[in-house]
Design a protein around this ligand. Structure first.
Ligand code: AP5
Length: 217
């Protein structure tokens, strides 16, 4: 079972994908997290990605596609995965379809989380994430139990350098030009599940699970 989580920056893809992956026993693959981990480790991939991420633009396809396809083909993804933040444009979507088809697999459903721009800005400007396990928190909506420490692994919380107002605006612009066309791409093949992303984390999560169960996944 392969599910894509699609939505604008700050829509709650990471928050929801992590919970749904646990509930459905799937591996959660977040392209942004893979880049940030590579950057923390100082790898060549991380260094290459950094200059794009700090400008709020997409990392080139020749770097991104190989990285994600390699992760999906690892043995732990045999039973399926949730892809969060990938694909991000038509080229990536086509490369993913092709790679899965070569293994007689396909994307089952695409969860599209819709949130107003005003709410996106509030969510991103108050976000803190764990340096170790990447779990996102929010200063008011979902604070950690102990300030500065991750509830799950005790890791240090920090604010992403690309969560500045200027960078968020750039990411939203990139999203509307490059990623939003994927909504039609997946609607045309009847894979799109449109989810209202406004409301509390549990409320939105309940809508996603109900929609996926409605699809008998
Ligand atoms: P990436 O890390 O993928 O960032 P993004 O798409 O901008 O998405 P975010 O992580 O910002 O948001 P999210 O939807 O996961 O929201 P979250 O759950 O954290 O990408 C970063 C960069 O990497 C890109 O700009 C690009 O350079 C590069 N990149 C990554 N993938 C790429 C690709 N495929 N191709 C090329 N380049 C790529 O939630 C946000 C906040 O809201 C949190 O604080 C959370 O606690 C809070 N929150 C969540 N849900 C709710 C709720 N229901 N109510 C209230 N608060 C909530």
């Amino acid at each position: 079972m392969y599910i894509i989580f699609l939505g604008a920056p700050g829509a709650g893809k990471g928050t929801q994908a992590s919970d749904v992956a646990q509930e459905l026993n799937l591996i959660h693959i977040a392209s942004g997290d893979l880049f940030r981990q590579a950057l923390e480790q100082g790898t060549e991939l991380g260094i290459k990605a950094e200059s794009y991420m700090e400008r709020g633009v997409l990392v080139p396809d020749q770097i991104t596609i190989g990285m994600v396809l390699e992760r999906i083909s690892a043995p732990d993804c045999e039973g399926g995965a949730i892809l969060d933040g990938f694909p991000r444009n038509l080229e990536q979507a086509e490369a993913l379809d092709k790679a899965l088809a070569q293994q007689s697999k396909a994307i089952d459903k695409v969860v599209y989380i819709e949130v107003s721009e005003e709410e996106l800005l509030k969510r991103l400007s108050g976000r803190w994430i764990c340096r170790q396990c990447q779990t996102p928190y929010h200063i008011t909506n979902s604070p950690p139990k102990v300030w500065g420490k991750c509830d799950k692994c005790g890791g240090e919380l920090y604010q992403r350098p690309d969560d500045t107002v200027e960078n968020i605006r750039k990411r939203l612009e990139v999203y509307s030009v490059e990623t939003a066309p994927l909504i039609d791409y997946y609607a045309r093949v009847d894979k799109l599940l449109e989810i209202d992303g406004e409301g509390g984390v549990d409320e939105v999560g309940g809508r996603i699970i109900a929609a996926l169960h409605g699809e008998r996944l």
